[in-house]
Design a protein around this ligand. Structure first.
Ligand SMILES: [Zn+2]
Length: 171
């Protein structure tokens, strides 16, 4: 079955150029990448950088590749995008709420907004949250340094974070 048409998206919830449905489609891509990375032995995180509806860079968490603890998906995506000019105004689609390290890098590079699927409460039961780091740093995210918007996606947090690597490969 194809997706039902969305005929009555409230206009008040939309930015002028990007519909909620478009944000959700990008975010679904990020979550799928995160899932694939988990299935291949990596941590279940991915991020896309999008400017004016065009993909600038996508990346997954790469810590498992060489042990570098800074290889979070958002930072990997920023590194990849560094060939593409200034990143001011870029929108980030991240499978999980950014940790403080990544959030700092996103703010310092003028990222316009972050859309994410799972927050720290979703991730905590699986040990993938950055709550402790936020607490240690005293960062409350109130007010938010940039728009941080949680959107629903097809997968649940248990689908993404709970599945063992190398399993659930039916799709
Ligand atoms: Zn991070």
């Amino acid at each position: 079955m194809s997706q039902p048409l969305v005929a009555s998206t409230p206009l008040s919830s939309l930015t002028p150029s990007t519909s909620l449905q478009t944000h959700q489609q990008w975010l679904e891509q990020a979550v799928q990448l995160a899932r694939e990375n988990h299935q291949q032995g990596g941590r279940p995180f991915a991020a896309l950088l999008v400017r004016d509806g065009q993909l600038v860079a996508s990346a997954v968490n790469g810590i498992h590749l060489d042990g570098d603890p800074t290889r979070h998906a958002e930072l990997e995506a920023l590194r990849k995008a560094s060939q593409c000019g200034p990143l001011a105004g870029v929108i980030v689609y991240a499978s999980g709420h950014p940790c403080p390290m990544c959030l700092g890098a996103l703010v310092m590079n003028g990222i316009a907004a972050v859309y994410y699927a799972f927050d720290n409460a979703d991730a905590a039961p699986f040990g993938f949250d950055s709550t402790a780091a936020y607490q240690t740093l005293g960062l409350t995210l109130a007010p938010q340094p940039l728009p941080l918007v949680k959107l629903a996606v097809t997968l649940t947090a248990a689908d993404l974070y709970g599945s063992e690597p190398q399993s659930h490969d039916h799709e």
